[in-house]
Ligand binder design. Structure first.
Ligand SMILES: [Zn+2]
Length: 231
């Protein structure tokens, strides 16, 4: 049986990754830029994940969505200063304080190409109800009050994650040298956290570089491939 990955192996991987792709967490501004994850819907809708540096509760209580600025360039056609406000759409997300929140996600339309862009705050996991910080907690082995409140759902996330690991492994090993061995899902999680950071960073990196999340590949994810639809 292979041994669990050591922390030094994980840190070595982290260094190699940063040398190859740069650090995704060097500064808040850099985080914002790196975490602009492009999710395409039928060629006309793209979603960008942006690190907003506020909690989900603060996002809601201060109507933070109203101050979300559009990207300087249209991610579809690269036109500068062409994105104009186009309202919002709603989605739900768990709160660390009071059950489930409904958040408004800002949308913009390009006045040149007519396509739309939305800005999803990075505390949200694409297609998952539970906050990234709570998923982080649970996956890291901590059963705090937030994780306990969503235990059944989090267990489903973990099961989905463990089933998806072989595919993530295949994808990452095709692009990263010496991806260390890991005997089980817990070991795999330890390695990827040491390499990339928290779940926000992990998700941003996996989607933008490989077109996958920790839970699967979705038709709307398109890594670094403007205008294309992922399979
Ligand atoms: Zn455009």
């Amino acid at each position: 049986m292979s041994r669990p990955p050591s922390l030094s192996a994980a840190m070595s991987l982290s260094l190699r990754w940063r040398m190859k792709f740069g650090s995704p967490t060097s500064s808040p501004a850099a985080r914002c830029n790196v975490w602009h994850i492009k999710l395409l819907h039928r060629r006309f809708f793209m979603q960008i994940i942006r690190a907003v540096l506020v909690s989900a509760d603060h996002y809601v209580s201060t109507s933070f969505h109203q101050g979300i600025e559009p990207p300087v360039e249209c991610p579809h056609c690269d036109a500068g200063h062409a994105l104009k406000a186009l309202g919002y759409y709603c989605r739900n997300i768990t709160s660390t304080k009071r059950g489930v929140l409904r958040i408004f996600v800002r949308r913009f339309r390009c006045c040149i190409c007519g396509r739309t862009v939305s800005i999803l705050p990075a505390f949200a996991q694409p297609y998952r109800l539970v906050l990234n910080t709570t998923i982080d907690e649970f996956f890291g082995g901590t059963l705090g009050a937030n994780a306990l409140a969503w235990l059944s759902l989090l267990q489903q996330y973990w099961n989905r994650f463990t089933k998806w690991i072989p595919e993530i492994n295949r994808i990452i090993k095709s692009m990263v040298e010496c991806w260390p061995p890991h005997p089980d899902a817990a070991g795999w999680w330890q390695v990827i956290v040491a390499a990339f950071g928290d779940l926000e960073t992990i998700t941003g990196t996996l989607v933008s570089r490989f077109g996958v999340t920790l839970f699967g590949r979705y038709r709307c994810h398109s890594p670094c491939n403007k205008g294309a639809i992922a399979n």
